[in-house]
Design a protein around this ligand. Structure first.
Ligand code: AHG
Ligand code: MN
Ligand code: MN
Length: 336
């Protein structure tokens, strides 16, 4: 029993209690619990750095580039190092792959799991104090020597995934493939269960897309967004609202809470780049959460979780959220 800041009392379920319950009820391996606890510990450190901001001299550029050719912020580099340092000491982790690292990192030979992460999602929002996050995906380690191919498993093979959102509240959201659980960081710096099994409404009137890329979109996306913008007088027969935070964690969190559709499409600029988002560090972990909350995620051709990866840093088009809206947009791409 705990008393919160406003005097109300309730029985609190902490992250570790939740995971232990799942060990019992769903035969969740205890070493997977250890890995998840380790990730949450690393994210507590990242959270401290985020909260201190300029006081900790963590804002601004690191003046380095990552494997994707993107400029790294100081916080991208710090969050990446915190996750590597924390997870390397975890005996159940055999290897790591990060958006910020060129190649995978081999950790403990006898480990059973691989952890893949986007250490800091929404980097363009760091310096302006808008929600950012950490995204993670856990895969089983295949037998044999660890190599890049060990990581190239479809999203369906994930045993768990989640994110930590550093927003007005710090929120950890995860799935161990028995629904989705949301934990809010309490005043004792513990993750406390605050919502279980959110269910994404199948219909929506809210969409998220970076409209500044409109001129580059392919024809089906042009037609779809035009239909939404036409509102009540168009063929969809209802008015739509738009949001764009530019942090995928914040967009996915909004969709888990109240539904919506989020898309970062492939466009006509560079045919070798199928979209901006990364399959292994962003699309797969988020798609597992979305499916576990009765939503849907596709690349406009197939379910994201069924895509056979061909590289650690592979990019992918993403459409995710409310099931009927995702089906509508996906079908629009297939019928032309
Ligand atoms: P990251 O900061 O890890 O590179 O990811 C940013 C991603 C994603 O979070 C967001 O949806 C998208 O990039 C924003 O892109 P734009 O700046 O093109 O809007
Ligand atoms: Mn990202
Ligand atoms: Mn990132």
């Amino acid at each position: 029993m705990t008393q919160n800041l406003y005097g109300s009392t309730s029985v609190s379920v902490l992250l570790n209690n939740y995971l232990q319950q799942h060990e019992q009820n769903h035969a969740l391996p205890s070493n997977l619990t250890d890995v998840l606890n380790s990730i949450s510990q690393a994210c507590l450190h990242i959270n401290e750095a985020v909260r201190a901001g300029a006081l900790n001299n963590i804002l601004g550029s690191a003046h380095t580039g990552n494997i994707q050719g993107e400029e790294q912020k100081k916080l991208d580099v710090l969050a990446n190092q915190i996750l590597i340092d924390t997870l390397s000491t975890q005996s159940a982790v055999a290897g790591l792959a990060s958006e910020e690292e060129e190649s995978f990192i081999s950790t403990n030979q006898k480990g059973q799991y691989l952890v893949l992460f986007d250490p800091l999602d929404g980097s363009s929002n760091i310096d302006v104090n808008i929600s950012i996050g950490t995204i993670f995906s856990i895969l089983p380690k295949p037998a044999g020597e660890l190599k890049t191919e060990s990581f190239l498993q479809t999203g369906r093979h994930q045993v768990a995934s989640g994110y930590v959102l550093y927003g007005p509240q710090t929120i950890l959201v995860l799935t161990v493939k028995h629904g989705v659980a949301m934990f809010t960081l309490n005043q004792h710096n513990q993750f406390e269960l605050t919502e279980e099994n959110p269910s994404i409404p199948v219909q929506t009137t809210e969409f998220a897309i970076n409209m500044s890329n409109q001129r580059h979109w392919q024809a089906p996306m042009q037609k779809y967004i035009a239909e939404l913008l036409a509102g009540k007088i168009g063929i969809r027969g209802k008015d739509y609202n738009m949001r764009w935070v530019a942090s995928m964690v914040a967009e996915v969190h909004r969709i888990l809470i109240r539904g919506g559709i989020f898309t970062y499409p492939q466009d006509q600029r560079d045919p070798s780049k199928p979209g901006k988002l990364r399959l292994m560090y962003e699309a797969n972990p988020m798609s597992l959460l979305i499916e576990q909350a009765q939503g849907k995620a596709t690349n406009t051709q197939q379910n994201i979780l069924d895509i056979q990866p061909n590289g650690l840093h592979q990019r992918v088009a993403v459409v995710l959220g409310s099931k009927e809206e995702v089906d509508y947009l996906t079908a629009k791409h297939q019928n032309c």
